[in-house]
Ligand binder design. Structure first.
Ligand SMILES: Cc1cc2nc3c(=O)[nH]c(=O)nc-3n(C[C@H](O)[C@H](O)[C@H](O)COP(=O)(O)OP(=O)(O)OC[C@H]3O[C@@H](n4cnc5c(N)ncnc54)[C@H](O)[C@@H]3O)c2cc1C
Length: 123
C-alpha cells in the first residue's frame, strides 16, 4: 500500500493518523539517537529506511546442470560455479508457495553439486 502522506496512509489503513505519526516520529528519533527505549532494538538495525526483500534473488546467474556459470553464448566459464538464490532461475519471476522448502532445497542441492564439481577439478 502506498500514500503520499502519513495521514493518507493512516486513512487507507483505517488506523488513527496521530498515533501512526507519533510512532514514526518516535522511531525516527530512536534512529537518530541510536537507542530504542520501547523495544530495545539492536542499535545496528535502527535505520530510518526499510527495504523489503524476501525469499532470495531468483533468476540471476545462468548455470548448466553441473552448476557451471554460463556466458552469453551458453558456454561454461571454466572454474566458475554458482548455486542457491544467486542462480535460482527455476522460479524466474514467480514463486511456488504450495511447495514448502523448494528454494532452500535448491540452495542446498545446487551448492552440493557445485562443490562436487569443483572437487573433481582439484583432483
Ligand atoms: C523470510 C524468508 C523466509 C524463507 N522461507 C523459506 C521457506 O520456508 N522455504 C524455503 O525453501 N526457502 C525459504 N526462504 C529462502 C531461503 O532462505 C533461501 O532460498 C536460501 O537461504 C538461499 O540460500 P543461499 O545459500 O543461496 O543464500 P543465503 O542463505 O542468503 O546465503 C548467502 C550467504 O552469503 C553471505 N555473503 C553475502 N555477501 C558476502 C560476501 N561478499 N562475502 C562473504 N559472504 C557473503 C551472506 O552473509 C549469507 O550468509 C526464505 C527466505 C526468507 C528471507
Amino acid at each position: 500500500m502506498t500514500a503520499d502522506t502519513v495521514a493518507e496512509l493512516a486513512g487507507k489503513l483505517a488506523i488513527p493518523a496521530d498515533k501512526l505519526q507519533k510512532n514514526i516520529d518516535d522511531y525516527n528519533s530512536y534512529c537518530d539517537h541510536g537507542q530504542d527505549p520501547d523495544f530495545f532494538k539492536n542499535p545496528d538495525y535502527l535505520v530510518g529506511k526499510f527495504y523489503s526483500g524476501a525469499y532470495g534473488t531468483v533468476g540471476g546467474v545462468k548455470i548448466n546442470e553441473n552448476c557451471q556459470v554460463l556466458d552469453d553464448d551458453d558456454k561454461a566459464i571454466p572454474v566458475l560455479y554458482s548455486a542457491g538464490s544467486d542462480t535460482n532461475t527455476i522460479y524466474a519471476n514467480s514463486y511456488n508457495f504450495t511447495l514448502p522448502g523448494n528454494t532452500m532445497g535448491f540452495a542446498v542441492n545446487s551448492g552440493r553439486i557445485a562443490g562436487l564439481e569443483a572437487a573433481k577439478l582439484i583432483k
